[in-house]
Design a protein around this ligand. Structure first.
Ligand SMILES: [Zn+2]
Length: 497
């Protein structure tokens, strides 16, 4: 801890410490509050808070005494202390006033770059966004990702607010847990309640199934929807018997679940929560009249949502551009956007990273009433940095990813043409970063991140890549930040945000 002597002395004196060879100073984090002075620093590849003074902040932070101050590791306890003293380090809800972007920092090191990307734009960052699936794959917890966001916001001195999304939550116990931890955004995944078997069922079967519903239910749906026509921002939506029966059977149980979660958890929360409904992770493409049906039912039942994610036509595969008929997409996106405007919530786009060919369409019709989730693209940018600065590590990871690709297919739907990936042995070091411009190799890395970052040597049990990967990134923080600003910035430019 000797390297911190001078930093501590400056902090004690209330002066901004100078950068030195062995301690990096994050100048924008410098704060003086109620008798305590504090700053974020880095020594080697580890970050520490340096604090001095006699205020509550100083007393509450855990750390090692150095001179007249303390050097504090980035622990969960210290994260909670920052939350208590600096309101801006806590996640917050944004409602529907401004566009939001989910940036799910898979590694816990991308948020500084994300913050720089969104500064002075018409969008707020949801810095923490993690599904249970991703946490499981990476051995991280909900607490880890909130702590990482807290420290990143503090490091950057970013005071414009950020959100934290408990993404694709299906179970009530996970909802309770996430809200208890301080998450500000909940994405309810209704895929277990949406019936996928109806799409292929015969009219006769659908009719029979509908007939077996309780009488009051049938009456309710008939009275409100059958042969009624709804005027939605110039769009006309109506339901004949076949389409009504189908929508009731596909979405009925899911809507009951949304209502239950809203009443039990969202409405009872002690603070504002951004509540998103996701009906995207199903095999059934959400037709505009299905979207309207779900939204109208939520309205009738008094359920307020801030965003809703339909499943759009075409394919939104991870890490690559849109696949499908762009004209059809434009027509349907327009209708979905009008429905969202009519009800006053944001249209949410999942797996939204890298969809460059459709961003202008999304920007045009949503007019800022938009939530877009990107996740994993920041990991690909990290891999790009590795390819630039540590070719040897890149090569070992690439080879391992190819060997283990098959194992990921139970989690992800991707269809890369791996034969189109240039053979690694014939690729020169300076051409390695170009792998991150190639669809199939992007997807290869996109889906193997969990496998790569948890891979262990079968002999020693040591991490195969993880330690070296993070060390390389931490030694090249500026390169990583720059590549995120460029890549995510291109998304925002095309979306008009
Ligand atoms: Zn989704």
């Amino acid at each position: 801890m000797e390297q911190f002597q001078r930093v501590v002395a400056d902090i004690v004196a209330g002066k901004l410490p100078q950068q030195s060879d062995n301690v990096t100073i994050y100048e924008r984090s410098f704060e003086k509050i109620e008798g305590s002075n504090i700053i974020m620093t880095k020594s080697g590849t580890e970050k520490y808070l340096v604090v001095a003074g006699n205020g509550a902040l100083y007393n509450e932070l855990d750390g090692e005494s150095v001179g007249d101050g303390k050097v504090c590791a980035l622990t969960h306890h210290n994260s909670k202390v920052l939350n208590k003293h600096f309101e801006y380090t806590k996640p917050q809800a944004f409602g529907t006033e401004i566009a939001t972007m989910g940036l799910g920092d898979r590694l816990g090191v991308a948020s500084p770059g994300h913050i720089e990307t969104v500064m002075n734009r018409k969008v707020k960052p949801i810095l923490a966004q993690q599904s249970i699936r991703e946490l499981t794959l990476l051995n991280r917890t909900m607490t880890d990702i909130l702590d990482a966001a807290t420290f990143a916001v503090f490091q950057e001195g970013y005071k414009d607010g950020y959100g934290a999304d408990a993404d694709h939550i299906k179970l009530e116990k996970d909802i309770e847990y996430a809200l208890g931890l301080g998450f500000s955004f909940l994405t309810l995944d209704c895929s277990e309640q949406i019936r996928n078997d109806i799409e292929g069922a015969t009219t006769d079967d659908i009719h029979k199934e509908f007939a077996s519903l309780p009488v009051d239910r049938k009456e309710y749906y008939k009275n409100h929807y059958l042969n009624k026509s709804f005027e939605v921002q110039g769009l006309e939506i109506s339901y004949d018997e076949a389409s009504l029966h189908k929508n009731v059977l596909v979405y009925g149980e899911a809507i009951d679940f949304m209502e239950h979660v809203y009443t039990e958890y969202i409405a009872k929360a002690d603070r504002a929560i951004d509540f998103e409904i996701s009906i995207d992770e199903t095999e059934t493409v959400t037709a505009p009249e299905a979207h309207f049906f779900v939204a109208e039912e939520l309205r009738r039942r008094g359920v307020t949502v801030q965003s809703l994610a339909p499943r759009f036509c075409g394919e939104f595969q991870k890490g690559i551009d849109y696949i499908g008929d762009i004209n059809q997409f434009e027509k349907e996106l327009h209708e979905h956007a009008e429905i969202a405007k009519y009800f006053g919530y944001k249209l949410s786009i999942h797996s939204g990273s890298d969809k460059f060919s459709v961003f202008p369409i999304i920007g045009k019709y949503t007019e800022g009433l938009l939530h877009i989730k990107t996740a994993g693209t920041n990991w690909l940018e990290a891999v790009r940095v590795i390819a630039q600065v540590n070719p040897d590590l890149y090569r070992r990871m690439h080879k391992y990813a190819e060997e283990h690709f098959e194992e990921t297919l139970k989690y992800y739907h991707v269809t890369p043409d791996l034969d189109s990936v240039a053979p690694l042995a014939k690729t020169a070091d300076e051409d390695l970063p170009a792998y991150m411009d190639h669809d199939a190799s992007r997807q290869l890395f996109h889906v193997t991140y969990g496998i790569l970052l948890t891979a262990k040597s079968s002999e020693s049990g040591a991490d195969l890549f993880r330690t070296e990967f993070f060390t390389t990134l931490m030694n090249n923080e500026d390169a990583y930040r720059a590549s995120l600003v460029k890549h995510i910035g291109r998304h925002l430019d095309l979306l008009g945000l």
